[in-house]
Ligand binder design. Structure first.
Ligand SMILES: [Zn+2]
Length: 154
């Protein structure tokens, strides 16, 4: 490992969020959950498949100047159940939170059923009940089992 690698890995952010212990390979999905595609100008650093004692390999996402909403954390927990969320203020960790599998997720996923009321242009937030192996739309009962990340609202 070179010094440059070390520095990139531990580079600190002044204010924002560090999402650590993300399941290896899921960092880019985490970025779509929190709606970051680079166009907003946020400073973001991403480590993918970083060696981890606990997980073998993990991803890390650091976002400057941004904290996560509860809905974002809820969806995040479905794809990265071991994630820890660190809120940074003035270079210090002021809050550390482990994600928990929620009973429902609202607003971040979209329903794949084109006839669902949540796709009808109505001011209705999507609501999905979390099942053991997927999520179920509370309006039309459509179940998403796989590729949850393809149903993240853009
Ligand atoms: Zn639906």
């Amino acid at each position: 490992m070179t010094d440059i690698d070390t520095e990139l890995r531990v580079s600190k952010i002044q204010n924002g969020t560090v999402i650590d212990h993300v399941t290896g390979g899921e960092a880019l999905h985490v970025l779509s959950i929190i709606g970051i595609d680079g166009s907003g100008g946020e400073t973001v650093s991403v480590g993918i498949n970083v060696p981890s004692d606990r997980l073998g390999r993990k991803d890390i996402v650091k976002v400057e100047g941004r904290e996560l909403s509860q809905s974002e954390v809820d969806v995040l927990s479905l794809i990265a159940p071991d994630a820890t969320i660190n809120i940074i203020r003035e270079y210090e960790v002021t809050e550390k939170q482990c994600v928990e599998r929620p009973e429902e997720v609202t607003g971040v996923l979209e329903c794949p059923n084109p006839n669902c009321i949540t796709n009808a242009g109505e001011p209705v937030d999507t609501r999905f009940e979390v099942l053991s192996d997927g999520v179920r739309c509370e309006y039309c009962d459509t179940i998403i089992r796989e590729d949850l990340t393809e149903h993240i609202k853009s």
